[in-house]
Design a protein around this ligand. Structure first.
Ligand code: MG
Length: 404
């Protein structure tokens, strides 16, 4: 076979079913000179979808057409430095879309699933966790039980979403747009809900919680200390990336396992946390760090520091991105847990090859490459809406805007 070449690179934008601002997905398709040989990759940056598509269509396509798609590392490094300024979520997502598509192509060329190219399976499937929420402790309990009955061994517990937003806040003479929350009420609510769940459901189910950067650093450290008796599987995003130095203080105060990384976009952000053994789970958003190539390297570095993986898997990742997470999960010895939001019927139809969840485990289909595709005609029927996000305008009771 003559060396294949890249003939086209393009971004596909779609918002399956909901037409939601929070479900604007971007998938990159890389086509080659070999008839029928192409790959797909996730480049989803829901909050800024059009700039990612522009980088793919206007800059990466002319850079890549004519190149050999088998040279993944060379192409990754080329894209990474081509704009001179590096990283950032727009550039990294565009890069990720191409990178995952090239791994998909390499797997198809080899006749093997991507996990085989990463070293082969070291487990049959990935344990996943689901999100249980509610407006009061008993409603949260009902939702935790619902997942436990479905076979899940790990459940994330929130009450009133991030920052406990359902909690009433003080009256403020203002009409500022945003998601208002009260950090002090949120703190009390976390302790109340975990006390309730542990005393009713017990300790056999693994519980997780996402602080979502909603506390000032010293309060965050205090929360990590006070939830220690509830034996969390992990406490997530206790601090924002801007305050990672405070992790050292949390470590000195308690043994609550800490997870961090979904907002990271370059290696300088995770290096001090990993080498200092200040976290227990790395949970980068794979497309936001540039795809499978850097994620595989990051996972391996973490393995040698006793840190497990928990790649970010929210609802606003395309099924292609979820599948990329899974190929890493099943082939990484230091896999910890996989976040999973479930797939809607329309997503399963639009993305043939979606993995299946059974008894709390997510299973790949074992087809060559990533094992997933996109129905472009169907995707075109669900265009991405434009609009302004409300939930990222988080405000404290006096109206101050804070990290969302
Ligand atoms: Mg999170």
């Amino acid at each position: 076979m003559p060396a294949p070449t890249i003939t086209d690179v393009r971004a596909i934008m779609t918002s399956p079913g909901s037409g939601s601002l929070q479900k604007r997905l971007i998938v990159v398709k890389v086509e080659t000179s070999e008839p029928g040989l192409y790959g797909v990759g996730c480049a989803t940056f829901t909050q800024r979808h059009r700039p990612v598509a522009s980088v793919v269509d206007d800059f990466l396509r002319p850079l890549l057409v004519g190149r050999d798609p088998r040279r993944i590392e060379d192409i990754w490094q080329t894209i990474h430095v081509n704009a001179y300024w590096r990283s950032g979520p727009v550039m990294n997502n565009a890069l990720s879309g191409v990178d995952m598509a090239l791994w998909d192509i390499k797997g198809k060329l080899a006749g093997m699933p991507v996990y085989e190219l990463l070293g082969g399976k070291c487990r049959e499937a990935a344990a996943v966790y689901r999100h249980a929420d509610g407006s009061c402790p008993t409603e949260v309990e009902d939702n935790v039980r619902k997942y436990v009955e479905q076979g899940y061994g790990h459940v994330r517990v929130q009450m009133g979403g991030y920052g406990g937003r359902a909690t009433p806040t003080q009256a403020l003479e203002s009409s500022l747009t945003g998601a208002h929350f009260d950090p002090a009420a949120y703190f009390r609510g976390v302790l109340t809900v975990f006390e309730h769940i542990r005393s009713t459901v017990g300790f056999e189910v693994e519980l997780l919680h996402d602080v979502h950067e909603r506390l000032v650093p010293i309060e965050a450290v205090r929360l990590a200390k006070e939830v220690e008796p509830f034996r969390l599987f992990f406490l997530e995003d206790l601090l924002p990336p801007e305050h990672i130095e405070w992790f050292a203080m949390a470590r000195k105060q308690c043994t609550t396992p800490l997870a961090m990384g979904e907002l990271f976009v370059n290696a300088n952000e995770w290096k001090p946390l990993v080498e200092g053994r200040l976290i227990d789970f790395i949970r980068c958003h794979i497309s936001d760090i540039g795809g499978l190539t850097p994620a595989k390297k990051l996972g391996t570095v973490c393995e040698h520091f006793g840190i497990r993986t928990a790649w970010h898997g929210p609802g606003d990742v395309s099924p292609v991105g979820h599948v990329a997470n899974l190929h890493l999960d099943v082939s990484s010895p230091n896999f910890g847990i996989q976040e999973f939001a479930g797939f809607s019927e329309i997503e399963q139809e639009m993305f043939p090859g979606c993995p299946e969840v059974r008894n709390g485990y997510l299973y790949l289909n074992d087809k060559p490459g990533l094992g997933i595709d996109i129905d472009e005609d169907l995707a075109a029927k669900y265009p991405c809406p434009d609009g302004v996000l409300d939930w990222t305008q988080a405000r404290t009771p006096d109206g101050t805007i804070v990290y969302p």
